[in-house]
Design a binder for this molecule. Structure first.
Ligand code: G4P
Length: 529
């Protein structure tokens, strides 16, 4: 096997999705602990106030103690090279969170065992579905009182519409959490909470037919476990890897990230079940990660690393071949050859300069303002383009105006550049020009980021008036007279900068109503770039 192939085979690139507080940060930290990337858990982002530790480039992040942008963490575990695409965990998350999922090959969904599926998980899950990527479920906080495990599985299946297959099964929860039954081994791993999860834990395996097991676990729990195993084996889904890999069946793990319990078991199974980077679709056909030379696409642009220079970092996901510092590539959308001089990569806490990287890896490349989200880069004489990244539906809208009319030009420049980076989306009134700008964002925090940046980078004071709309739909029909659409009283017609029409609604009920009133009208939650 060639070195290139070996390197690519080692790669596993995934994102962790969850509702805030389910334990995403804790689980990430424990992965790093097991990967040896940190010695003592708690040093990455221990406290909420220290959550900016990984990317503290922006004042707002520091002030609020939250991570506005997503970063990438790379570490090694056994023979694997793992890339975790970290997504902002705060409620005010941005479109970057969605875009990050475009760069991932699989997703780990963390669910709080006492709560089940929550709102933000549903939104992120929809994006995973769009890509048909494998989704692994980690049901966390079993050391606390939890819902019934069958109820949790039902919740995932009914709310998210994906089948589940438990890989292990919990015995009790909270104070009575005894451990998990490992279905592949037919044995029980007992729960130990010593050391409060600061170090890797030793696992103790109990055999089902060992008389000691009954004593340690308790006959009541053993009887219940036997019944539940019978039920699972009889009525549950089998672990069909084809279904897992096409995102139709989610392997489920129970554990407690805080105490490290179940983390290593999860990693072991996860790494075995997931594949290295697989071929991706481009306009010329399928691109094989090993056969083709370097190619990548931009999924995120991080601005203002240095306020004085307004420079940006374009984060790209390598889809094939190898990156080498200084290499010349075709920037397809820009129609030019460019040199990829210096790229950075996140290694646990630090940003380091990398000289080489492989398919599956994420690199951040200095961007003098030439890249847009979704752009493709290819080495050699190759000229193909990866499928674009969709525009995700903003949920908050506001009208934005500059205070000083003399600064109109600066205002338009600033707001357009910020939109080009993908931090906000800008729209216009349907019938008028650029004088009225409507800004759409995924999380309200982005409004603060926008105002902050207009003031600090462009020296423009702006005023923001929030609008009551929460739902946006792109109109898929090519030839349609938008004025003739039979609307509801809360519907608003707007257009994007490419003059494509869109509809805004205050409630989801109206979306359905408008679809009903206009047969043939095709509305979409995702826009094309
Ligand atoms: P997030 O990134 O998904 O938002 O969640 P995070 O890991 O920050 O975890 C949220 C809270 O839940 C934290 O407590 C964390 O310690 C706790 N937690 C995570 N996993 C487990 C678990 O397996 N069991 C228990 N019992 N708790 C868990 P916090 O008090 O809000 O924050 P901190 O001050 O401890 O950091």
């Amino acid at each position: 096997m060639s070195t290139l192939q070996e390197e690519i085979n080692k790669r596993r690139t995934f994102a962790i999705i969850s509702h805030p507080d389910a334990g995403k940060t804790t689980l990430t930290e424990k992965f790093l602990l097991y990967g040896g990337a940190i010695n003592l858990a708690g040093s990455v982002k221990g406290k909420k106030t220290a959550k900016h530790a990984v990317s503290d480039w922006m004042e707002i992040e520091k002030e609020r103690g939250i991570s506005v942008t997503s970063s990438v963490l790379q570490f090694h575990y056994n023979d694997y090279c793992i890339n975790i695409l970290d997504t902002p965990g705060h409620q005010d998350f941005s479109e970057d969170t969605y875009r990050t999922l475009m760069a991932a090959d699989s997703a780990v969904m963390v669910i709080d065992a006492s709560k089940g599926v929550e709102a933000q998980t549903i939104k992120l899950f929809k994006v995973c579905l769009l890509r048909h990527i494998p989704i692994f479920t980690f049901i966390n906080k079993m050391d606390r009182e939890a819902k019934d495990p069958f109820e949790l599985l039902d919740d995932i299946e009914s709310v998210l519409g994906i089948d589940t297959c438990p890989v292990n099964w919990p015995i009790g929860s909270g104070k009575n959490f005894k451990g998990v039954y490992e279905r592949d081994l037919g044995a029980i791993t007992t729960f130990v909470a010593e050391g409060a999860g600061q170090r890797e834990i030793e696992t103790h395996l109990l055999q089902m037919d060992d008389p000691d097991t009954e004593k340690k676990i308790g006959s009541h729990y053993m009887a219940q476990l036997r019944d539940e195993i019978e039920l699972l084996d009889g009525a549950g889904q089998e672990l069909d890897m084809d279904l897992v890999r096409s995102g139709k069946l989610s392997p489920v793990f129970f554990g407690s990230a805080l105490t490290n319990f179940g983390v290593e078991t999860f990693l072991r199974h996860f790494l075995k079940m997931t594949l290295p980077p697989t071929p991706r679709v481009a306009d010329t056909g399928i691109i094989d990660p090993v056969e083709e030379p370097f190619s990548a696409f931009v999924f995120k642009i991080q601005a203002n690393m240095n306020k004085a220079h307004r420079d940006r970092i374009a984060f790209m996901r390598i889809c094939s071949g190898k990156y080498e510092a200084g290499m010349e590539v075709n920037h397809i959308q820009g129609g030019k050859k460019i040199r990829l001089a210096q790229s950075t990569q996140m290694m646990a806490q630090e940003r380091t300069i990398v000289d080489e990287a492989y398919a599956g890896d994420i690199i951040g490349v200095f961007d003098p303002g030439i890249f847009s989200i979704g752009d493709t880069l290819c080495a050699g004489n190759k000229k193909f383009q990866y499928e674009g990244i969709p525009t995700f539906a903003p949920e908050h809208f506001a009208r934005v105006r500059q205070v000083d009319t003399m600064k109109r030009k600066q205002f338009i420049k600033g707001i357009s550049q910020i939109a080009q980076e993908g931090a906000i989306q800008i729209f216009q009134e349907f019938n008028t020009g650029m004088e009225e700008i409507i800004v759409g964002v995924v999380g309200v925090l982005q409004f603060d980021v926008l105002m902050y940046r207009l003031q600090n980078e462009y020296n423009v004071e702006a005023r923001l008036e929030q609008l009551p709309y929460e739902y946006i739909r792109w109109i898929e029909n090519e030839d349609i007279d938008v004025a003739k659409i039979q609307g509801t009283s809360d519907m608003k017609r707007i257009k994007d900068l490419k003059d494509r029409p869109l509809l805004l609604f205050i409630n989801s009920w109206s979306v359905g109503m408008v679809e009903e009133r206009n047969p043939g009208l095709v509305l979409s939650e995702f826009g094309k770039n």
